[in-house]
Design a protein around this ligand. Sequence first.
Ligand SMILES: C[S@@+](CC[C@H](N)C(=O)[O-])C[C@H]1O[C@@H](n2cnc3c(N)ncnc32)[C@H](O)[C@@H]1O
Length: 428
Amino acid sequence: MRSYEDDGQSQESLKLRPNQTESQALLIRRKRPLSPLERISSLLSQDVLSPEVMQLREQEQHEEEAEKCDPAVVTGEEDLETYTGPGTAKEPKAAAFQRVEGQVYPTLLGESLLTSGELLIAEYRKNRRVEFRKMFQLQPGSRLQSSWGIIMHEDLMGQPAGRFLKTSRGVPIFIRRASLEDYALHMKRGPAIAYPKDAANMLLMMDVMEGDCVLESGSGSGAMSLFLSRAVGSKGSVLSVEVREDHHRRSVKNYERWRMSWALRREQEWPNNVEFQHADLCSSSSLLAGRGFHSVALDLIHPHLVLPTVLPHLHPGAVCAVYLANITQVVDLLEGLRCSGLPVLCERVVEVPVRDWVVDPALQKDGQYCTRKAPNLGEDPRSQEESSDGANGENNFGPAFGNVPYIARPHPQQMSHTAFLVKLRKFV
Ligand SMILES: C[S@@+](CC[C@H](N)C(=O)[O-])C[C@H]1O[C@@H](n2cnc3c(N)ncnc32)[C@H](O)[C@@H]1O
């Protein structure tokens, strides 16, 4: 790892320049990668910091102001501290640390502060339950409205992602960027989507790799198209076929909206690798002519009717993964395959259960942590009481490590059944 300390340039910066004070020289010396402890402390909210750390922070802020006033001191992109990572100074920056309102935040290559047009998630949790979750697009002049109050979009611009912001009613709402999973779950839908947990398993079944050519049908709302697009990357391609025009248009819109938001967030393009076609896959022989596919994903009614058109274009030994909501549809598919004698083996029929759990420290009615009670080994109970309040076992975060019992049980709200996945493999 390269550090500023072993860089000839930074050795130079340790020397006092004419008209430079010790503290200014110190400031320049501070342009170094943060230690893990400093990074963690910079992520903590102010109210959990010790007075010593707060004092250091204030001192740092004063020095910063001095730095701004002194034209001799290089400020660069204002408060951007850069750590160039391994390699030479000419290589692109691997990571950076941005300072906002006196706090230092690590940012990865291309991940900048929130900007107009990005897709964000606002979330409010009470008693560890999600009470409110909303995806929205950051736009000047707009406001995020909820039963818990309002946040002006202007107040979010230029902020780091992953931050609590208070509404007009003083309620802290967590703001972060939308992941692809969030986007698929919250984007406007035409038909039902392939749920992310199922889509992820279909990618595994299909063994999709960067650079693959994949066929998908129907496009539906475009969720599966997005997961496939990410899996095959810029060197691969996805052909997505949809029979209904309204669904075809919806999937294209959803795809383009995600790409637009991605470009703002990363300052680089999401691969433009999905070809959406409005057609009936049953009669798409001409569309498929001359094309071969590493794998196929089918999420449509009566998949056994499209397989005769699709299978000639699937590589021998490759997989066609089928998404079906009902087990009776799975039976129809297998019966269809039996009767048609198509060259595919049914390797697996699976359901993908995901079970959420509640795992939390146990709390008393007054909101304080419960504490484990040690067995009474015949000691004087008064001495136990004395040791449990104060000197022993308590710190700023409550009882010491290991002293709090936890509750752990399945979450009362579970995602119910979504689909069956059928793995078909072509043989020759
Ligand atoms: C459940 S949706 C697919 C959802 C999609 N996988 C997603 O993640 O958003 C099923 C779609 O298949 C389409 N479809 C049904 N039969 C088709 C066919 N023969 N050719 C092309 N599309 C078809 C329907 O119009 C519908 O939009």
